[in-house]
Design a protein around this ligand. Structure first.
Ligand code: FMN
Length: 210
């Protein structure tokens, strides 16, 4: 499948084959592919909770508008976006800085420059901190869906869930926002796929304000 076919074929499927699990190697490959997503300063502020256990999925379903796909899909990924993954002292921020030094892209003397750059972009308000989490995790999540499709898997993104309920149930720390739940699995081929949804055209997407 070339990229054009892939992007046109991806759908949010409602029916998953509960009897067909996602092989661990495919799940790992899917996440590795998605991790190629771009991110601000390559800070990669995303994490995943992988939910496969039927009891945990049932509890999650109750917190997600009781959507049946939450327990029918063999895997639910709780996508996490770290609102603090730009701050000094964060382990991945430090790792990132060391990797850039190792790659010859920065020097130890640029530590303060890097800190100021991050703080000026993300440290001035809660909205800026939240936007940092939103935009980067969105690219990652789109990558998860396309990677899944390329591996023969189907997905369904969901934001119909009780964020604070999910936070409590899975003990998710406050610095993480939860952009989405992502159901992953194989299509239940006794069901039929709904027709593709309408999309805005180029002329509807392009705007001018002057
Ligand atoms: C951020 C986001 C949240 C969504 N939340 C839900 C949801 O809670 N339940 C649901 O059935 N579909 C949900 N969807 C799926 C959309 O309805 C679907 O992507 C859209 O109708 C286009 O269909 P397609 O993905 O099959 O092309 C969500 C999609 C996105 C991107």
């Amino acid at each position: 499948m070339d990229f054009k076919e892939l992007i046109n074929a991806r759908r949010s499927v409602n029916f998953f084959d509960s009897a067909r699990g996602v092989p661990e190697n495919l799940l790992r490959e899917m996440v590795a592919m998605a991790s190629q997503a771009p991110s601000s300063f390559n800070l990669q502020p995303w994490s995943l909770i992988v939910v496969k256990d039927p009891e945990r999925k049932k509890r999650l379903q109750k917190l997600a508008w009781d959507q049946p796909k939450v327990s029918e899909a063999p895997v639910i990924l709780i996508v996490l976006a770290d609102r603090d993954a730009w701050q000094s002292g964060h382990p991945f921020v430090e790792r990132n800085f060391q990797e850039m030094i190792r790659a010859g892209m920065m020097t130890e003397e640029q530590r303060d420059w890097f800190k100021n750059a991050r703080e000026s972009l993300y440290g001035y308000s809660d909205d800026a901190r939240q936007a940092f989490a939103n935009k980067n995790s969105g690219f990652f999540t789109m990558g998860l869906m396309l990677a899944a499709k390329s591996l023969g898997l189907e997905t369904h993104p969901m934001d119909g869930f009780d964020l604070e309920g999910v936070r409590r149930e899975f003990s998710i720390p406050e610095n993480y926002w939860v952009p989405l739940l992502l159901a992953v699995g194989y299509f239940k081929d006794t069901e039929s796929l709904a027709p593709p949804k309408w999309r805005k055209t180029y002329d509807e997407i392009v705007v001018n304000f002057k």
